[in-house]
Design a protein around this ligand. Structure first.
Ligand SMILES: [Zn+2]
Length: 367
C-alpha cells in the first residue's frame, strides 16, 4: 500500500510545486496525505462526475491537472459545484490532488506531450524562466571535496540541461583564526592564524533545491563554520518555463498541417488566423491559455502557434507573422493524463492507476 503523500511526491520529484505560478494552487487540495491509496484516477478537471467515477472504480485518490480550489472557501454548504465536490470527496474519503503550472513549466511536462503528439523535433522551452538559478560556492580542503560534491549533487545541485554532476573547482589559500570558544578542524582554539590549502567548489542550484542543497552541504562539510555564498543568477533556465517550440521533420502546406493537427490532438474545431504564404515547419505550442506567449512565438520565428483561449481582438495580433491555431483548452491538454500515468506507472508498477473515461470539457460544439 502507498500513501497519498508517497504517490504525489513521485510527481513532485519531477515537477516540484515550487515551479508553479504565483496565482496557482497546485498540490494536495482535499484529503489526508497519510491515507493509504487503493487506486488512483487520472483526469484533467475534477467534477462531480469524476468523484462518482472514483467511487465506482474504488479509487480514493484523484489526480488532476487543473486545481479544483484556487482560493479559499468561506463555507462548505454545497451551494456551488466546487463546495459540492469538496463535500462529496470528504464524505467518501477521496483525496484530491492537482499538478498544474508546475507541470506546464516542466520541460517534459504538458507542452512536451503536445510536441510529442505533433511529432516535433529539436524542441526547446519557448519562454524560459529567469531568476530561478543560483550559484553556490564553498571552500574545503581537497580531501573533503569529493564527499561534499557527492552530497550536493544528490540534493539536486550541478544540473545543466543534459549534463549532471557539473561543478567548477579552483585551488587557493584559506586563512582563519578561531577564538577561545571555537573548535577548528585544523589548528587550535585561540590558536595562531592558520593558512590552509583549500578548493573553491562552484555548483548551480535551482531555487527549489536550495534548502535541501544547503542541508547537504552542512552534512558533508566537516568545518565548524562553513564558508559559502549563494549568488542569485539572472541566467535563463533553459529547462524550465512556458510553452515549447520545435520543428516538423518536413515542412507541410498549411492546410495539410491543420489536418495533421486535428488528427494528432483531436478537436471538433480549430479557430485559426489567415494562412501565410509559407509552409509550416516551425511550431510553437502552449497547452491551455497561451495567448501571453504570442510575442515569444513570433520572435522564435514560429510558422504556427497552437494554443487556446484567444480572444477576438487578440487574433489580430498574429499580424501575418504567424498563424494562430486555437484548438480549445481541453483539447490542447487532453493527453496531459499520460504524463501522470508514465511517472506513476514507472514508480509503482502493478498499482491501480486508471484513466478517467469521462470527458470533463465544459465546452460543447454544435457543428
Ligand atoms: Zn489548462
Amino acid at each position: 500500500m502507498y500513501t497519498v503523500k508517497t504517490i504525489t511526491q513521485a510527481i513532485e520529484q519531477m515537477a516540484p510545486l515550487a515551479w508553479q505560478e504565483s496565482y496557482d494552487n497546485s498540490g494536495l487540495q482535499v484529503g489526508d496525505p497519510h491515507m493509504d491509496v487503493k487506486g488512483v484516477l487520472l483526469c484533467l478537471d475534477i467534477t462531480e462526475a469524476i468523484i462518482e467515477e472514483a467511487i465506482a472504480k474504488n479509487c480514493n485518490l484523484v489526480i488532476a491537472h487543473h486545481p479544483l480550489l484556487f482560493s479559499g472557501l468561506k463555507s462548505i454548504t454545497g451551494s456551488t459545484y466546487v463546495e459540492r465536490i469538496v463535500m462529496k470527496a470528504l464524505q467518501h474519503n477521496i483525496a484530491l490532488y492537482a499538478a498544474h503550472t508546475n507541470l506546464d513549466n516542466w520541460k517534459q511536462g504538458v507542452n512536451a506531450k503536445i510536441a510529442e503528439k505533433l511529432g516535433l523535433q529539436q524542441t526547446q522551452i519557448l519562454a524560459p524562466i529567469s531568476q530561478a538559478l543560483n550559484l553556490l560556492y564553498c571552500y574545503a580542503p581537497a580531501a573533503m571535496v569529493p564527499k561534499i560534491e557527492a552530497h550536493l549533487f544528490e540534493a539536486g545541485a550541478g544540473q545543466v540541461g543534459n549534463y549532471f554532476n557539473c561543478s567548477f573547482q579552483v585551488e587557493g589559500l584559506g586563512a582563519f583564526q578561531g577564538n577561545e570558544d571555537s573548535s577548528p578542524l585544523i589548528g587550535a582554539a585561540g590558536g595562531p592564524r592558520e593558512q590552509v590549502a583549500e578548493t573553491r567548489i562552484e555548483v548551480l542550484v535551482p531555487n527549489h533545491a536550495l534548502i535541501k542543497v544547503l542541508a547537504a552541504l552542512r552534512t558533508a562539510h566537516e568545518y565548524e563554520e562553513i564558508a559559502y555564498g549563494i549568488v542569485p543568477l539572472k541566467n535563463k533556465n533553459q529547462d524550465l518555463g512556458a510553452g515549447m517550440i520545435g520543428n516538423l521533420a518536413e515542412a507541410m502546406p498549411a492546410e495539410a498541417f491543420l489536418k495533421h493537427l486535428k488528427a494528432a490532438l483531436p478537436t471538433s474545431c480549430i479557430k485559426y488566423t489567415e494562412l501565410l504564404d509559407r509552409p509550416i515547419q516551425r511550431v510553437a505550442v502552449c497547452g491551455g491559455s497561451g495567448s501571453f506567449l504570442l510575442k515569444d512565438a513570433i520572435q522564435a520565428k514560429a510558422d504556427v502557434f497552437i494554443t487556446s483561449d484567444f480572444k477576438y481582438h487578440q487574433f489580430f495580433d498574429a499580424d501575418k507573422q504567424v498563424v494562430i491555431a486555437d484548438i480549445g483548452h481541453y483539447e490542447s491538454e487532453q493527453f496531459t493524463v499520460e504524463i501522470f500515468y508514465s511517472i506513476l506507472n514507472e514508480k509503482f508498477p502493478n498499482f491501480a492507476i486508471l484513466y478517467s473515461e469521462r470527458n470533463t470539457n465544459p465546452v460543447n460544439y454544435f457543428i
